[in-house]
Unconditional design. Structure first.
Length: 212
């Protein structure tokens, strides 16, 4: 190996090591553990709906889910107070997204969600976190507070629990601003078209869209 190639190899190796060293592995594991608990209690709740579990059982599971969300948020707040918002550079892109999910599920504390929305806006525009995370939190807050969604990430189900009407036409959320351009806005931040999104949601819920 000549000296020039060796020089660049050393530079690349050191750069990779330095980048890896910046990831807070312990913080990443803490966030991922919280996220796994979040997902476990949520999927158990969905599974009970899918198998038509007794109403009292579903109610108990819903209470458990909300209790988990509340307990996790206390840890989330401590993390944010100590480290700031965990970016992809700090904990890796997966853990950074997992942290967002914990905030997204903190509907019992809308003030905290609103506090972090401009933080997500700034960080996502700078490429330090996913712009999709900002879009989902923006819509969540708007939907829960009587505002207008921009990206349609918060579906509103019909009476039959569907997202498409009897003519198999997509039912956009009634609180969606400028629905004609929603797919354009979604594309700008890397989200799939609304129709594909709704089909994915229904499939995850165990009732995939039936096409003619």
């Amino acid at each position: 190996m000549n000296s020039i190639k060796y020089f660049f190899l050393v530079i690349l190796t050191c750069t990779a090591f330095y980048a890896h060293a910046q990831v807070n592995a312990a913080l990443s594991r803490t966030i991922d553990s919280l996220y796994n608990d979040d997902q476990a209690v949520q999927w158990q709740f969905r599974e009970m709906h899918l198998r038509n579990a007794p109403a009292d059982s579903i109610k108990r599971q819903d209470s458990l889910k909300k209790a988990v969300y509340r307990n996790e948020l206390e840890v989330v707040k401590k993390i944010y107070a100590q480290y700031g918002y965990p970016t992809a550079a700090m904990v890796g892109p997966a853990s950074s997204h997992n942290f967002f999910v914990l905030i997204q599920h903190a509907d019992h504390d809308p003030a905290f969600q609103k506090q972090l929305l401009p933080v997500l806006d700034t960080l996502s525009l700078a490429g330090e976190i996913s712009r999709k995370d900002y879009a989902y939190l923006y819509d969540r807050i708007q939907h829960n507070t009587g505002g207008k969604q921009l990206y349609g990430t918060q579906p509103v189900y019909g009476k039959n629990g569907n997202l498409f009407d009897s003519n198999n036409k997509i039912m956009l959320p009634p609180d969606l601003e400028d629905p004609e351009n929603v797919d354009k806005r979604r594309k700008e931040i890397g989200l799939e078209p609304m129709e594909e999104y709704y089909e994915t949601v229904l499939k995850a819920l165990g009732r995939p869209r039936v096409k003619p």
